[in-house]
Design a protein around this ligand. Structure first.
Ligand SMILES: Cc1cc2nc3c(=O)[nH]c(=O)nc-3n(C[C@H](O)[C@H](O)[C@H](O)COP(=O)(O)OP(=O)(O)OC[C@H]3O[C@@H](n4cnc5c(N)ncnc54)[C@H](O)[C@@H]3O)c2cc1C
Length: 444
């Protein structure tokens, strides 16, 4: 079957193996020498990190194993989605400490990308809340990994994009919440300086994220709306069934151009500026607004799209962001929603993305002329001491990756030791020089 990441670029002809349990997963590894594969969860990474000619799906590793209300932990199979965990936890007043902007991320995918939420500046990333996980190594052996057991496997697997083994199950800490609602507030910012100042000032709020109009120019460059949130003390713990809109077919790519995008951005800014200042919002609507539009990734046309996310240290953030936004705005190839967040300190995981500073996320419709623009943005990001998020990447070079992730040596040394036959590899890991090139995508 034809398979891609969420951005629908690139795609590859792949066979999907979906083992029913840990035993059959181990058999696949043991019989798999010479034939490469990569674990795959919900397919919500944007680029090619979960792409190879054979993928090992965690679809059936989705059982709930234990909910320990006293220890405030839950243990589940790695294929369980955040949505499934929340469905069980929220009615009991329990919540996941870190969430991505989609609830269809699986537990395994959340660990492999060490995902971050709107609260990294306070709560760190997903793996900071992992008690332990079971890793099936390429040798077919299993290892329990935590901050104290098999620590180097833990450090390499958290953020390691599926290259160290198949995560079979994991135990994660939960937090107590008084209700299923979020108390949300929006504050407009007229330019980049104000957006960054507001992000800094609101650093003590639990959930903080800014939307930025990346097509605004000159004095309005970087204008946006800062969204704040915290768990509401009032409201109940109900689980609501959600209705979804859907995009029934792939829209023609020409519908997205600099005029429609800048029109959308202007409208969004104007509407948000006058929104009621504090609202009580159901958690699902607050954290996962895009999930309510089924297949929204088809809006970018048949060629798909790329998401581009990077982080810059605080001292170079304003200059680097100004240069980035200016370059994007001049190119006219902007995105609907550019998202700005603050990160707290990095953890010690070797390939985890977050590090202290400011992160910006941009979407771009795929077209051949886009690639030189992104190469130019890479230069700006590296010059400012930043790095790119692997879960969004589909085209970064090995040199750019190595400069952003100085612990890549350590990672590769461990990878070569535990997987000498090269059983695990993706299109991305080949491109980044972490594994040897095996397959070619349709568009490479
Ligand atoms: C709308 C949207 C919003 C998003 N918002 C955020 C956000 O706010 N913050 C953020 O950090 N990310 C965000 N993401 C990205 C997403 O959370 C990550 O890419 C995550 O890794 C996807 O998980 P998945 O289960 O879909 O994994 P996949 O996309 O299937 O795989 C991602 C990586 O995980 C590995 N993997 C998957 N399962 C396993 C396993 N069982 N064992 C070992 N490796 C495994 C794969 O090999 C691959 O390298 C968003 C994505 C979308 C589509």
């Amino acid at each position: 079957m034809r398979l891609s990441g969420w951005g629908r670029y690139p795609s590859v002809e792949a066979s999907v193996l979906a083992p029913r349990d840990a035993g059959s997963t181990a058999e696949i590894f043991q019989n798999g020498e010479g034939s490469r594969m990569i674990p795959r969860g919900g397919g919500r990474s944007y680029g090619d990190s979960a792409l190879a000619t054979r993928v090992l799906s965690s679809r059936y590793l989705n059982d709930f194993i234990t909910l320990d209300r006293r220890a405030l932990t839950i243990r589940c199979g790695a294929g369980t989605t955040l949505a499934e965990i929340l469905r069980v936890c929220v009615p009991q007043g329990l919540f996941l400490p870190v969430l991505s902007g989609t609830k269809y991320t699986t537990l395994g995918g959340a660990i492999a990308a060490d995902i971050h939420g709107k609260n990294h500046h306070i709560d760190g990333s997903f793996c900071d809340h992992i008690d332990r996980f079971t890793l099936l190594l390429p040798s077919g052996e299993t290892a329990v990994c935590s901050h104290t057991e098999n620590e180097e496997y833990f450090r390499a697997t958290c953020g390691g994009m599926g290259l160290t083994g198949m995560i079979l199950d994991a135990t994660i800490s939960l937090k107590k919440v008084p209700s299923a609602f979020i108390s949300a507030q929006s504050i407009p910012a007229t330019n980049l300086e104000e957006s960054l100042a507001l992000l800094r000032q609101q650093n003590d709020k639990q959930y903080v994220v800014a939307w930025v109009d990346c097509l605004a120019k000159d004095t309005a460059l970087g204008r946006g709306v800062i969204h704040l949130g915290s768990h509401s003390e009032t409201g109940n713990l109900e689980q609501r069934a959600k209705r979804k809109l859907s995009v029934p077919f792939t829209t023609p790519g020409f519908l997205l151009n600099r005029y429609t995008m800048s029109g959308f951005n202007r409208l969004y800014y104007a509407r948000q500026r006058f929104k009621k200042s504090v609202n009580s919002v159901y958690y699902d609507d607050y954290f996962f607004p895009l999930d309510s539009i089924r297949g929204w990734n088809r809006l970018y046309g048949a060629g798909g799209f790329l998401q581009y996310q990077f982080v810059l240290p605080d001292d170079s953030a304003e200059k680097g962001l100004r240069e980035t936004l200016d370059t994007v705005s001049r190119s006219g190839k902007g995105s609907f929603l550019a998202v700005l967040k603050r990160f707290g300190p990095a953890n010690g995981n070797w390939l985890s993305f977050p590090s202290e500073g400011v992160t910006l996320t941009l979407d771009f419709k795929y077209e051949a002329e886009l690639l030189p623009l992104l190469d130019r943005l890479d230069e700006i990001v590296l010059a400012a001491g930043g790095r790119h998020y692997l879960a969004k990447d589909a085209r970064m070079s090995a040199a750019v990756f190595r400069q952003g992730y100085p612990k890549w040596h350590q990672f590769k040394a461990l990878k070569d030791r535990i997987d000498p036959a090269g059983i695990l590899g993706s299109l991305q890991s080949d491109r980044l020089g972490l594994t040897k090139a095996g397959v070619r995508s349709s568009q490479s």
